[in-house]
Design a protein around this ligand. Structure first.
Ligand SMILES: [Zn+2]
Length: 151
């Protein structure tokens, strides 16, 4: 129990400025923590969600860190990836300190849509919206672009 507390304190301190909800049951702790960043200068935003699932009985803790959305401008590109790297390495440092077994796995998460090369807003485009030449009209700025993969 104390072990998961130190992990949650770490995430709460620097990586959960927007929303935190922690459920502690008899032998299990589940936490959902959200971090939202608004880059005023770069005009970007992103939200990263961290889910902690800790089982006392199994002495096992699974931590999921995932990008859930955002509006990336040129300056914002890579910011959420940097953030995810940062949180992962902070958790790794803590794990080493506490002598926890720690392992990082990359999980491929389905894309939330295809970003427009012009305005960077990502949408999913249904088949009927794709023209014969393979282009679609961006739902946000209206400019056409070639849809590379719509998955
Ligand atoms: Zn667009």
């Amino acid at each position: 129990m104390e072990e998961v507390e130190s992990l949650l304190e770490l995430i709460k301190k620097d990586y959960a400025n927007d929303y935190r909800r922690i459920w502690s049951l008899d032998d299990r702790t589940i936490a959902v923590l959200m971090y939202e960043r608004l880059g005023v200068i770069g005009g970007y935003s992103f939200t990263v969600m961290t889910i902690v699932d800790y089982s006392i009985e199994d002495r096992f803790c699974e931590i999921q860190v995932r990008y859930v959305g955002g509006n990336l401008s040129f300056l914002g590109t890579g910011k959420s990836e940097d953030f995810i790297k940062e949180i992962t390495s902070s958790i790794e440092t803590l794990a080493k300190e506490k002598l926890w077994k720690f392992q990082v796995e990359k999980v491929k998460i389905r894309n939330a849509g295809t970003p427009c090369p012009n305005c960077k807003k990502a949408y999913r485009y249904p088949k009927e919206k794709i023209r014969e030449d393979g282009t679609v009209e961006c739902q946000n700025c209206g400019k056409p672009f070639i849809l590379q993969d719509n998955l």
